[in-house]
Design a protein around this ligand. Structure first.
Ligand code: AP5
Length: 223
């Protein structure tokens, strides 16, 4: 049973750095919801909802969806009762406008972030992680063709569905996502450093080693 820890964290870093992987480990410790904007958009795309239809082409090109749209989506999710005692935001904010909006939303409730975990991995390793990533379209489990292989090739260990590459893990879209990260998202590092919230964590090594580094930086996550 995870501890019900009251903690409000942002998992930050470039595409493929391991945010989703680490979110699973942190969630198991903190018992707060993992709110991934990428997952929310992919779910909408899978369901063919109006939102999913509106964002599909943008996401598949590796571009960012509009700030207003993603801000509304996040605030609706944060307003649900399970996020009342904390949350783990993954993939949001990723522009200065999104960071401002999040700060205003939390301040309106008398809250603030407890920290921003800035995962760091050299770019060649990031590209290797993304080109080899496989996901389960049914339960969302994450794999990698070399670093995190399923027991049976191409089959999800958890639910038996066939694994696939994400539609935005093409070489072209990865290049665009990294370009946008450097241009629009990386400037947030200085902002969160200035606010005293940024903790940069080496994202290399086994996922459990990376998790240990995150836990060491946030005593509330220690069991
Ligand atoms: P999103 O889903 O947030 O994608 P991302 O930021 O590009 O990050 P990824 O999910 O690709 O990577 P990750 O860091 O979670 O790495 P993972 O753990 O999977 O967003 C997708 C799109 O949605 C965006 O491009 C945009 O269009 C839109 N969007 C989302 N949020 C938005 C926002 N706020 N504003 C506007 N648009 C938005 O790991 C990757 C691989 O590496 C896996 O195979 C994993 O098994 C492997 N791995 C992980 N850790 C390790 C390790 N330690 N060692 C070896 N392998 C590892």
């Amino acid at each position: 049973m995870p501890l019900a820890t009251s903690i409000r964290l942002v998992l930050f870093g470039p595409p493929g750095v391991g945010k989703g992987t680490q979110a699973a480990g942190i969630r198991a410790r903190a018992g707060v919801p993992h709110i991934s904007t990428g997952e929310m958009l992919r779910e909408a795309m899978k369901n063919g909802s109006p939102l999913g239809q509106a964002v599909r082409a943008v996401v598949e090109r590796g571009e960012l969806v509009p700030d207003a749209l993603i801000g509304d989506l996040v605030e609706e999710r944060l307003s649900r009762p399970d996020a009342g005692s904390g949350f783990l935001l993954d993939g949001y904010p990723r522009t200065l406008a999104q960071a401002d909006r999040l700060e205003r939303y939390l301040a309106g409730k008398g809250l603030r972030l407890d920290g921003v975990v800035n995962l760091s991995v050299p770019e060649p390793e990031i590209i290797d992680r993304l080109t080899g990533r496989r996901v389960c379209p049914s339960c969302g489990a994450l794999y990698h063709v070399r670093y995190s292989r399923p027991k049976v090739e191409g089959v999800c260990d958890r639910c038996g569905a066939s694994l696939r590459a994400r539609s935005d893990d093409t070489r072209e879209a990865i290049g665009e996502r990294l370009r946008i990260y450097h241009e629009q998202t990386a400037p947030l590092v200085a902002r969160y450093q200035r606010d005293g919230l940024l903790v940069t964590v080496d994202g290399r090594g086994q996922p459990h080693e990376v998790l240990d580094r995150i836990v060491a930086a946030f005593p509330a996550l220690r069991r």
